[in-house]
Structures are given as structure tokens and as C-alpha cells.
Design a protein around this ligand. Structure first.
Ligand code: TYM
Length: 336
């Protein structure tokens, strides 16, 4: 891949919406991977508050969730000394570039997005922001000339669209954007709901037994996993496991890092009650350091705000360079 001269080394960018409680799907699909790869790149991790408002958010709750999400990023292992942890709306370039990209994006491309179709089907009146959502996401990525975007599987279609938009821009205005690759984790790319393993675990689902939140106390984690939906078989049969059992095995494997052989040797024939106990233990133990770190971070006054401020400065410096280049390419006025 050709990296333009202004990229000193490859960049990585990803983001999470500060809507609802972050759950183990967000952790296994995204955050855990970010923490692992961050030092190989110049890293940018964004709390995408402008995306969150594409559906109504209570302002007070949103404000609190932005801080909570930033705290969880760092608690999950994002090192703010190395990686920028910043809020999307504190970098105006996201909205500027989003508009410029909107102007090269056919509306048909946006209407085909499955997340748009799903969300729009649930609303009486569909806001324009919901349709524009993936263009803003493309702007998030292209603004930083990100070479890699580590996400869960549900974002793969948005990443394809980002590449299509970048290609269209490059062919209209000349080589400008790096083509971002999609980085899916080997395990945990699509964690399913505990209550209904045919549906993706989601922040917007409010059912008590649907998701394990990253900040759930261990007793709550155990209770939720012990109640997870399995099937009518009594014990694990790896070759013929239903979606509920496969989901539990996948969660265990993603938390422990065990290989396929070790998983099969350990769980084959195990009764579901015992399987659930082991999964609950792996999750509670796996989240313990994150939860401890989160408590430390949030008890230090001013710590998070300092990081968000400094990171926004770093992000703005990169963003402004890209916005200037794009303006020049498009013939817009860029003050000398
Ligand atoms: P969001 O906030 O829904 O989810 C954040 C990240 O978590 C992943 N994820 C999952 N992974 C595995 N299993 C699940 N059940 C699961 N649920 C969520 C998501 O794939 C994502 O990586 N549109 C994005 C936010 C965004 C973004 C960006 C991401 C905005 N701009 C630029 C990357 C780059 C979203 O709504 O993620």
C-alpha cells in the first residue's frame, strides 16, 4: 500500500460510541485488540459522540458516558502516553471532512448499509444523520490516513464503504487517502447476546440478561452467564454445538487465549452448568484488572480531562493537515 509522504509511520484509528454500557463484545471485538497493537502504530482512539447523537441521547447521560468510555479505553490497556484518546467533537476536522466526503458519496451507497436499514426500521421518522453516519465514520478514518482500523465484524461493511469513498475521492481529485484495512480479531469478532445467541450483543439492547457490561460486578457477571441461553442438549458436543454454546465457548476462548485443541479437550462432554461456571470465572477474572484500573483512573481528579485535552491537540494537528490537503485538492479556499 502506498503511504503518502506526510505519514511518518502507519496510523491506526478506531472508535466507540458513548451510548449505553460498553460490553464484552466491544472489549473482545475492539478494545482488547487496540491495546495489543497500539505500539506498532501511531494510534488514535476516538469516543465518537457525534455518531451517538444520530439517535436521541439524554444530554446529561451522554456527557457522563463520554467520560466513562474514555476511562474504559484506558482501563482496557490503551496507553495514553503513546495513543491519543480523544472525543470526536473536540476535533472539528471530523465534521469538515465528513461534508466534503458527503459530496462525493452517492446516496444509493448509504441506503444499502445494513446498519442503516436496521436502525431506520426501528424509527418512525428517520433522521438524516442516520443515513450520513457511515460518511462521518469514513471521515474519522481518512482524516488520520489510518492504514488499519481494528473493529468487530459488524463494522466490516462500513469499512468497505470507507474504501469506496476514498477510492472515488482519489480518482476524482488525485491520490489523497490511504486505503484503510479492516482489522478483525481472530476470536471474538462477533459476540452474540447471552439471552438470544442469534442476535449480536449490543449496547442498545436493554434486557437484563443480554450483555455482560465491562463494569458489571463479578456477582452480576456470574448471574448473567449462568442464565445464558443454550439448547436442549445436556452437555457440550463441540462438533454439533448450537449458537448459545458456541457463543459461550468463543467468549471463554477469547478471554483465555486457549487454542482450539485445548478448548475441545477441556470442554467436550462437559455439562452446561459446569461450562457456564468456567466461562463466568474466565470473564470475571479477565475483567478484574480493567475494573480495578477504572476505579483508580476515575478517583484521580483531573486525570481524564488532562488526557482528553492533550490527545485532542495531537489529533487536531493531524486532522488539520488532512483537511488542508483535501481543501486544496477540491479547490476550496485554504487560507495561506
Ligand atoms: P460501536 O460503538 O457499536 O462498537 C464499538 C466496537 O465494538 C465492536 N463490537 C463488537 N465486536 C464483537 N461483538 C459484538 N457483539 C460487538 N458489538 C460491537 C464494533 O465492531 C466496534 O469495533 N460505527 C462504530 C463506531 C465508529 C468507528 C469509527 C469505528 C465511528 N467511527 C471509525 C471504527 C472507526 C460503532 O458504532 O461501534
Amino acid at each position: 500500500m502506498k503511504v503518502p509522504f506526510y505519514c511518518m509511520r502507519p496510523r491506526v484509528l478506531s472508535g466507540v460510541q458513548p451510548s449505553g454500557n460498553l460490553h464484552i463484545g466491544n472489549y473482545l471485538g475492539a478494545l482488547k485488540n487496540w491495546a495489543r497493537i497500539q505500539y506498532d502504530y501511531e494510534s488514535f482512539f476516538c469516543i465518537v459522540d457525534l455518531h451517538a447523537i444520530t439517535v436521541y441521547q439524554d444530554p446529561g447521560e451522554l456527557r457522563a458516558k463520554i467520560r466513562e468510555t474514555a476511562g474504559v479505553f484506558i482501563a482496557a490497556g490503551i496507553d495514553p502516553k503513546h495513543s491519543a484518546v480523544f472525543v470526536q467533537s473536540s476535533v472539528p476536522g471530523h465534521v469538515e471532512l465528513s461534508w466534503m466526503l458527503t459530496c462525493v458519496t452517492p446516496v444509493g451507497w448509504l441506503e444499502r448499509m445494513t446498519q442503516y436499514k436496521d436502525k431506520a426500521a426501528k424509527q418512525e421518522s428517520v433522521g438524516d444523520g442516520l443515513l450520513q453516519y457511515p460518511v462521518l465514520m469514513a471521515a474519522d478514518i481518512l482524516l488520520y490516513q489510518a492504514a488499519l482500523v481494528p473493529v468487530g465484524e459488524d463494522q466490516a461493511q462500513h469499512l468497505e464503504l470507507t474504501r469506496d469513498i476514498a477510492q472515488r475521492f482519489n480518482s476524482l481529485y488525485g491520490e489523497t487517502f490511504v486505503m484503510p484495512a479492516t482489522g478483525l480479531p481472530a476470536v471474538g469478532a462477533r459476540v452474540m447476546g447471552l439471552d438470544d445467541p442469534t442476535r449480536k450483543m449490543s449496547k442498545s439492547e436493554t434486557g437484563a440478561g443480554h450483555a455482560v457490561a465491562l463494569l458489571d460486578p463479578p456477582a452480576v457477571i456470574r448471574k448473567k452467564i449462568m442464565r445464558a441461553t443454550t439448547d436442549s442438549n445436556p452437555a457440550v458436543n463441540v462438533a454439533n454445538a448450537g449458537p448459545g454454546v458456541l457463543n459461550l465457548l468463543g467468549i471463554h476462548q477469547a478471554f483465555t487465549g486457549w487454542g482450539d485443541e485445548a478448548m475441545k479437550a477441556h470442554f467436550e462432554g462437559m455439562r452446561y452448568g459446569d461450562l457456564k461456571k468456567e466461562v463466568a470465572e474466565a470473564v470475571a477474572t479477565g475483567l478484574e484488572p480493567l475494573q480495578r484500573r477504572y476505579r483508580e483512573i476515575t478517583s484521580e481528579p483531573g486525570y481524564l480531562d488532562g488526557i482528553l485535552r492533550e490527545s485532542a491537540e495531537r489529533a487536531n494537528a493531524v486532522a488539520n493537515t488532512t483537511v488542508r490537503t483535501v481543501k486544496e485538492r477540491m479547490g476550496l479556499y485554504a487560507a495561506p
